[in-house]
Ligand binder design. Structure first.
Ligand SMILES: Cc1ncc(C[n+]2csc(CCOP(=O)(O)OP(=O)(O)O)c2C)c(N)n1
Ligand SMILES: [Mg+2]
Length: 278
């Protein structure tokens, strides 16, 4: 992991600004998709691809790369935009989101786009896949790490907790889960649909190390991964509090933007806001 300076943080903020504008354009052009979660996770993904993960856009299959698993596949506009920023694809290709034959499917399709580690969309599967990869890495005595981003809605999936138990049992200290805790899901606020609290205690009870961060604060996210690197014999989960729709005032903290895309007028307003916030 690289150390970071004020200038690097500004660089990450500028990247996140571009990523958010691309997310809005892609979704407005596609006419369908998931806006709030994508905007909310943008900072986490920028931090991962530009400061945390060991990877090479010119050689996506590099055997020594860290493995990134996006479990909540519906927020893939954010992942595609970050991958474009990192050089896995050209920014021009982003406008093909959800189009017939595009490499940028509405949910990630591993065999279409080099750099995607898994196909995802059905919620609750990613942590099992990531735990399997982490165990394989340990068996092969590899140094690469596995990072799995999940949503808070996915904490309601039974399969997630099977993977949590498995990773704790196998002491997968090469596995880090990140929860995008934005408190919304498809039908409303998470704490109303199915309360997760006390989430930290639940993970601790399954023998995980737990960290909590502000998912929009680059320093906190990066510091959390520095801490993770020191942890032995336990997997770590970073519970990252985020604001769904972050950066666009009329989308923030509103579950209706879970699966809605901007109209032409909303697109223009959102772009103006995002342009002023860099
Ligand atoms: C197994 C499964 N059940 C239902 C869905 C439909 N679905 C897609 S997104 C979503 C909401 C999940 O909550 P979260 O991921 O927290 O949403 P966000 O924060 O992005 O609004 C649901 C129910 C799905 N993709 N997979
Ligand atoms: Mg959510």
């Amino acid at each position: 992991m690289m150390p970071f300076s004020v200038q690097q943080i500004d660089d990450l903020k500028a990247r996140a600004g571009r990523v958010r504008r691309n997310i809005i354009s892609m979704l407005a052009e596609a006419g369908s998709g998931h806006t709030a979660g994508s905007l909310g996770a943008a900072d986490i993904l920028v931090a991962l691809y530009f400061n945390v993960l060991k990877h090479d856009a010119q050689n996506p299959g590099w055997p020594e790369r860290d493995r990134f698993v996006l479990s909540n596949g519906h927020i893939c506009p954010a992942l595609y935009a970050v991958m474009a920023e990192a050089g896995y694809l050209s920014p021009d290709e982003l406008s093909t989101l959800r189009k017939l034959g595009s490499r940028l499917q509405g949910h990630p399709h591993r065999e279409k786009l080099p750099g995607l580690e898994t196909t995802s969309g059905p919620l609750g599967c990613g942590l099992s896949q990531a735990a399997g990869m982490a165990l394989a890495g340990k068996m092969d005595q590899k140094n690469w790490r596995v990072v799995c981003l999940m949503s808070d809605g996915e904490q309601e999936e039974g399969n997630t907790w099977e993977a949590v138990m498995f990773a704790g049992k196998n002491k997968l200290d090469n596995l880090t889960a990140l929860i995008d805790h934005n408190n919304i899901q498809i039908d409303g606020f998470v704490e109303e649909v199915m309360p997760l609290e006390p989430l930290k205690l639940k993970y601790e009870a399954f023998n995980w190390n737990v960290l909590e961060t502000d998912g929009h604060d680059f320093k906190q996210i990066i510091s959390a991964f520095e801490t993770v690197a020191q942890v032995r014999e336990k997997p770590t989960v970073i519970i990252a509090k985020t604001i769904p729709g972050k950066g666009v005032s009329f989308m923030e903290n509103d579950p209706r933007w879970h699966g809605r895309v901007p109209s032409k007028e909303e697109d223009e307003r959102a772009m103006e806001e995002l342009a002023g916030k860099i």
